[in-house]
Write a protein that binds this ligand. Structure first.
Ligand code: ZN
Length: 408
C-alpha cells in the first residue's frame, strides 16, 4: 500500500481527509480533471497547480496508443514525461475500449478489440492493463473491470460483477509496484443492491488501498444513482478512500460527498467549456448567448479566478466561437470552480459547517427552493437538514429500505 488516508473531520457520513500519495498530499473531497493524453486541453501545468489541481487522470487506452507505455517507461513514467509533479491516476483502459470501439467484446480472458491502427484483433487482459499502468507509473491505478451500462438489466449485470471479482485477483497478482502505486478495485453490480453488496464484500476482503464505485453516470435515473452510492459508501471501509467514477456535476459531487464519497473525475467541466458553457453557483452560464455580447460583468462576480478578475462576459462571448482562447479561458474558470468546490467541501466539514455549506450551495442553485426530490431524499439519508432551503419532502420514502440487504 502506497497511501495514507487520515480523516480530519466528519459530519455524519461526510468526511474530509488528507490523502497522502507518493507524489502529493491531497485534501478530500477532491475532483480530478481528465487529461486524456497527458494534458488538460489548453491549460499549462503551472496553471493547473495555480488552480489547485491535486490529481490528474490519464487514460491508459490513449496513452498506450500514443506515446505508448514502453516509451513512457523509458522516459521515467508519465510524471516526468508531462512534467507534472503532483499525483496522477490512470484508468484500466477497458472503459475507453468498450465505449470508443464498436467491435470491443468482453470474454473471460479480457477485452478483445480491433486495433484502431491496423484493424488487427487485439486483447487487453487484466494482467496487461496492470503491466501498462505499472509502466505509466501513476500514484493510483485502476483494476480492469467488466463494464456494463447501468441501464442494461438481466444476467449480464451479474456476469459482469462476478467477472470483475475474478479479475481483481488477476490484477493484484500482476501488480509489480505495490509500494509505489495503489491499485483500486471497482465495485460493479449495476442498480441491483444484492449484486452491489456481493461485489463490495468481495473487494473489501481483498484489502485494497482504495475502492471505486463504477458503472454509474451511464444514464440511470438520479434516485437509482445516489442509492447505489449510499449503499456502497456505507459498506466500504472507513479508513480507505472512496472514488465515484465519472461524476462531475457540481450538484452530484455535493450529494455524493454528503453520502461519504471522497474522489470524483469527469470530462464534463472541460468538455462543457469547449461548448461555451461556464459553471457558476447558479448553475451554468452560456457564453454563446446573444445576451452576453454586451455584458461587461465577469463570468461569475463572486469568483476570484484569473479569468473572472481580468475578462468580461462580452470578451469571452467574442472569442468563444472563433478562437481557441475562448475555450481555454472557460476551461480555466470551470476547473477553478471545481477545485474551489472541493476545497469548500473539505473546509466546511473540517470546520463543522457542512450543513450550512450544503444549504448555501442549494439556495444559490435553486433560489426558488425547488430542490429536486432526489437531492432531498439523499440529504435525508445523509442526515443533513435542508428544510430551510427547499420545500418539504412530499413522498413517504423509507429511509432504511436501501440498506436492508446489508443487514441480512
Ligand atoms: Zn472564474
Amino acid at each position: 500500500m502506497a497511501l495514507r488516508f487520515e480523516v480530519l473531520g466528519r459530519f455524519n457520513r461526510a468526511r474530509a481527509a488528507q490523502l497522502t500519495l507518493p507524489h502529493f498530499v491531497c485534501q478530500t473531497p477532491l475532483f480530478m480533471p481528465v487529461g486524456t493524453q497527458g494534458t488538460i486541453k489548453g491549460l499549462t501545468n503551472d496553471q493547473l497547480e495555480e488552480i489547485g489541481c491535486q490529481i490528474i487522470l490519464g487514460n491508459t487506452y490513449h496513452l498506450a496508443l500514443r506515446p505508448t507505455s514502453e516509451l513512457l517507461d523509458e522516459l521515467g513514467g508519465l510524471h516526468s514525461f508531462m512534467k507534472w509533479p503532483r499525483a496522477l491516476l490512470t484508468d484500466s483502459g477497458g472503459f475507453q475500449m468498450v465505449s470508443l470501439l464498436h467491435l470491443a467484446d468482453i470474454t473471460e480472458k479480457g477485452v478483445t478489440f480491433q486495433s484502431p491502427i491496423d484493424g488487427k484483433p487485439m486483447l487487453l487482459t487484466p494482467e496487461e492493463s496492470i503491466q501498462i499502468q505499472n509502466r505509466v507509473g501513476a500514484d493510483i491505478i485502476m483494476a480492469l473491470d467488466d463494464v456494463v451500462k447501468t441501464t442494461i438489466t438481466g444476467p449480464r449485470i451479474e456476469e459482469a460483477m462476478y467477472r470483475t471479482l475474478r479479475w481483481i485477483d488477476r490484477c493484484v497478482a500482476a501488480h509489480k509496484r505495490p509500494n509505489e502505486q495503489n491499485l483500486f478495485g471497482i465495485v460493479q453490480g449495476g442498480l441491483d443492491p444484492v449484486l452491489r453488496d456481493i461485489c463490495v464484500r468481495g473487494l473489501v476482503e481483498r484489502n485494497l488501498p482504495g475502492y471505486a464505485i463504477g458503472g454509474l453516470s451511464g444514464g440511470e435515473d438520479k434516485d437509482s444513482f445516489w442509492r447505489v452510492v449510499a449503499q456502497c459508501t456505507a459498506a466500504l471501509p472507513e479508513d480507505k478512500p472512496r472514488y465515484v467514477m465519472g461524476v462531475g456535476y457540481p450538484l452530484d459531487i455535493v450529494v455524493c460527498s454528503a453520502l461519504g464519497a471522497d474522489m470524483y473525475d469527469c470530462v464534463y467541466p472541460t468538455r462543457t467549456a469547449r461548448f461555451g458553457t461556464a459553471l457558476v453557483p447558479e448553475g451554468v452560464l452560456k457564453l454563446k448567448h446573444q445576451a452576453m455580447a454586451d455584458d461587461t460583468r465577469p463570468i461569475d462576480p463572486s469568483c476570484s479566478c484569473m479569468v473572472c478578475k481580468n475578462f468580461s462576459r462580452a470578451y469571452i462571448h467574442c472569442l468563444v466561437t472563433k478562437d481557441a482562447m475562448g475555450s481555454q479561458l472557460l476551461s480555466y474558470h470551470n476547473l477553478y470552480y471545481m477545485m474551489k468546490l472541493s476545497r469548500d467541501l473539505h473546509s466546511s466539514i473540517v470546520h463543522e459547517k457542512f450543513p450550512e455549506f450544503v444549504c448555501k450551495f442549494l439556495q444559490k442553485m435553486f433560489p426558488k427552493g425547488d430542490v429536486p426530490e432526489w437531492v432531498c431524499n439523499a440529504m435525508e439519508v445523509a442526515g443533513i437538514d435542508i428544510s430551510s432551503c427547499c420545500y418539504p419532502i412530499s413522498s413517504s420514502y423509507d429511509l432504511n429500505s436501501y440498506e436492508q440487504v446489508r443487514q441480512d
